[in-house]
Design a binder for this molecule. Sequence first.
Ligand code: GDP
Ligand code: MG
Length: 321
Amino acid sequence: MSSVPNGSPVGHGVQVVTLGSGKQHYQVDVEALRSILLRDDVRDRSVVVVSVAGAYRGGKSFILDFFLRYLNASRSSQQVGDWLGKEDQPLEGFHWRGGGDRDTTGIHLWSEPILTTLERTGEKVAVLLMDTQGTFDTESTIAENSTIFALSTLISSVQIYNLSGNIKEDDLQHLQLFTEYGRLACDGDGKAFQTLMFLVRDWMNDYEQAHGFAGGKELLDKRLESRSNQKPQLREVREHIRSCFDDVKCFLMPHPGLDVGRQTFNGSLKDLTEKFRLALLELVPSLFDPRKLSVKMINGDRVRAKDLLDYFQRYVDIFNS
Ligand code: GDP
Ligand code: MG
């Protein structure tokens, strides 16, 4: 079990792709990657890679820390639902609520892969969590944004596109640009990417579409519908997104409550609304339940942890060229 008695997860975020300057604009930190992927108990295992991408200060690192809680909880806690933690336990893991500075430009992995047994086959796989930064804050350029998003989409088995308020036309257009970049790096046939999940934060229209996956599906069907009377450009964006991913999902997350704005807010459960907690209880197990996990595949083959090292380097080389 990789959590200490007070419930803090063991480990830390490790930057594995950085943005530099000059010719090698994107750099892989090979040593950092090796320290995570080449451990004896990890290197030969299939991997599940869950990434969260989207605008700065959108709550990406915050939600990832709930993923860590679930993954580090015992199976019985996962089943009865008390993995959410204690009422007054600060939320720790990937660094969130950073002042005004960006502390995660590039791609970060959690230092401790979490070993989980797939219920179907009894196989032990390594779950990797990926935090990204680069999309749509004030400093990054569009090309950088697109590259970070594309890279993390290529490497992950589930890409969570974290959005605020709604799925807006802009969000879809950005997504098209990102995935166009990513497709350039793929040579195989078929769909370039696995699962895309729109995670809409602070969804307020729950009288129209309810929070959770059910409302998410309704919203997605509405937003991704391509109609013959639509402008060609709008229709293209929609068809492009559907054609890139094996599976596209959406989850509508309620607002966590007004306490998140307080200076002293530390992520304790007691400061989160009941609705938000219920949504976490629906969302997180659906992503990591050992009955549902799907491993990372590239060109039809399962990817092992040690292979990922190579893929990181290969994809980064493509984006640098
Ligand atoms: P990141 O830059 O996307 O990783 O964002 P962070 O995880 O660092 O969170 C930024 C701020 O948003 C923090 O102050 C959190 O308390 C707050 N936050 C986290 N989740 C939510 C949410 O669902 N809605 C709102 N409105 N704020 C959130
Ligand atoms: Mg962050």
